[in-house]
Write a new protein. Structure first.
Length: 172
């Protein structure tokens, strides 16, 4: 059994904050908003489906799907910066409560980026992580690093990342 968190940290976005507040109520713990846990700034891709983003920016989307650590959402944030930001935030809050259980509520992509980095995954393997909505991921903050206290995360079959950028040839 996992100890209940003594403190809950959340992205400022409403969908994460509502989850954090529910966890905090159950654990009788305080909630703090942490800007480091916010979702990727999707820029020109905000509100688009993967297929729409692929059609609008085929080269950028191809990089996003095949090498996320080098990708940048057009007019948005580099994915590597999101991973750096999330891990920096987790390190900071983990060091504030050494040896105690905490909860950090974020969003799918930042969680994927974080778990992929900690697990040593590279490239498109991040899209294969099986992380459905509501997944709890345990990450231990260690002296200067992170550990996944369970075996390497399970990989799922490939999903939408196999959407290829549209051909430059006109449709017939």
């Amino acid at each position: 059994m996992v100890d209940p968190p003594v403190h809950v940290y959340s992205s400022p976005l409403r969908r994460a904050l509502q989850t954090a507040e529910a966890i905090a109520r159950s654990a009788q713990a305080p909630v703090s908003v942490d800007e480091d846990l916010v979702d990727l700034h999707y820029g020109a891709w905000a509100g688009l489906s993967p297929e729409e983003a692929s059609r609008r920016n085929p080269q950028a989307f191809a990089l996003y799907t095949r090498d996320p650590e080098r990708a940048v959402a057009p007019e948005g944030e580099p994915l590597s910066a999101v991973a750096d930001r999330i891990l920096k935030g987790l390190q900071r809050v983990g060091e504030s409560f050494p040896g105690q259980a905490l909860a950090a509520v974020s969003h799918e992509l930042p969680i994927r980026l974080c778990v992929a980095r900690v697990a040593g995954l590279s490239g498109a393997d991040l899209w294969d992580l099986l992380l459905p909505t509501g997944t709890v991921v345990r990450i231990a903050v260690t002296g200067g690093g992170f550990e996944l206290p369970v075996p390497r995360p399970a990989l799922a079959s490939r999903r939408w990342r196999d959407v290829d950028p549209p051909s430059r040839e006109p449709a017939r």
